[in-house]
Design a protein around this ligand. Sequence first.
Ligand SMILES: Nc1ncnc2c1ncn2[C@@H]1O[C@H](COP(=O)(O)OP(=O)(O)OP(=O)(O)O)[C@@H](O)[C@H]1O
Length: 510
Amino acid sequence: MAWLDELKLNVDARVAVIHLATIDEEEALRTLSGWSQSSRWPAGMGLITWDIGDQFRHLREPAVTFSKLAATPETVLDIIDDYKGSATFVLKDFHHFLEHNRRVSRMLRNLASRLPFRSETVNIIITSPQFALPVELRHDIPTIDVGKPDGKQILELLDRETRSTRALDNATHGLRERLVESALGLSIVEAGRAFRKAIVVAGGHGLDERSVRQVLNEKRHIIRESGALELYPYTGSMNNVGGLGALKAWLDQRQEAFSQDAREYGLSMPKGVALIGIPGTGKSLCAKVTAGHWGMTLLRMDVGAIFSGLLGSSEQNIREAIRIAEVIAPCVLWVDEIEKAFAGSMGDSGTASRVFATFLTWMQEKTAPVFVFATANNVRRLPPELLRKGRFDEVFFLDLPTHGERIKILEVHLRERGYTMLSQRFNLAAVASATEGFVGAELQALVNDAMFPAFRDNRRELETEDLLNAAGEMVPLSASHQEHIEQLRTMVRTGQARNASDDRNSLAAS
Ligand SMILES: Nc1ncnc2c1ncn2[C@@H]1O[C@H](COP(=O)(O)OP(=O)(O)OP(=O)(O)O)[C@@H](O)[C@H]1O
């Protein structure tokens, strides 16, 4: 376990006070306890925990009781300072006392510099669910991030949870792996709860494919409640997208590039793509179907929640979101309306730029197969460095659909409503001619609007006339966005972005 190695290294280097950032406190304690039973644990050293409820407790020798009560954090540190013998103290939730109590934080810093010089080894480990300690402590107290459990730990947990109930005795081939995968991204406590619920629901039958869906569902709830990410179920396929041929072909080529084969061939791991365009041009649709097409989990980052202050500090939220995405990887991380996050409209501008910097650095350095799918309506509000070459693998502009693309989009939505043999049944070329300037969302709305009169008229089948009438009643949004669209087209002309449409690319080439 990487964090335990890091901890041992710090202890060996006589770093006396260490902050362990974990939401799985019990699991971390179990690991520490395991270490304390091993031969690598210094002889005679105690392992003692403290929390405000249970006070001091000896983990290695439960029979030994602590006579002193420590009701205040100052007393806790005094007792540790006076401790005769060698011990590692684990202080639970101690970060609460550090935020507002200067005396406690000063005492801790004093101990951090004094303890390494005592003849008997005394260490302090502070466990907390937060990543960042108050600024004045960060220099003296290193933070070790326990991170989320990996597949191996989740597998051990699954085996622990199912051993007594024998819920996996009749498991089909690969079920254990799928259950583990469905719980990746959860903490040990959360994954344990999800598995136990699945065992209860499965009853005497044991776990099966339905349990995988149930654990995934549980994960969807937990991820939504606990952070700025939302887990989307697989939706649609590339067939649900009309037009945008250049973008679809580009995405199709990237699909294989996440494989081991691609690494061995020398292809670099795709980083991500940015889609820009006015509302309704299909940016979100593409994010959803790409994840479905690639068979990857889709995570949507809620930019508002990152900055809301309800969850924690914005920097901590973005780090947590990144961490979850990396554990769930391979996945598509969809950052919707990225301009909202990074244009300084959320939170104060200092916070926004720190969050931005964290995100950019991660994008630059990431090695996990997390494909960032950023979508934006308004580039004017985006910091130029975000779209700089090399940040994303490609920046695409989703222009207004051409005549041919409008036909394809209309076909998608008519097919979704059960209509077939479209070219015999409708004159879609006429509808496309009547919908110059319409975006995909408006064409979808048009098909929907056109169905109302047909439904009222004895539920008859939809006709071209209905579509033309509905078109006549709509004013496309593009009418009021001409200047904005022209600005985005300039990005294509100057090589800052590529047009997502095959039709437009061939028009430009001819
Ligand atoms: N190219 C397209 N092909 C088929 N349907 C489309 C297309 N573009 C848009 N649509 C339809 O319009 C709906 C809304 O589009 P979408 O939300 O993807 O647009 P967007 O560009 O992300 O808009 P916003 O910026 O407002 O989020 C889609 O769910 C889809 O039904």
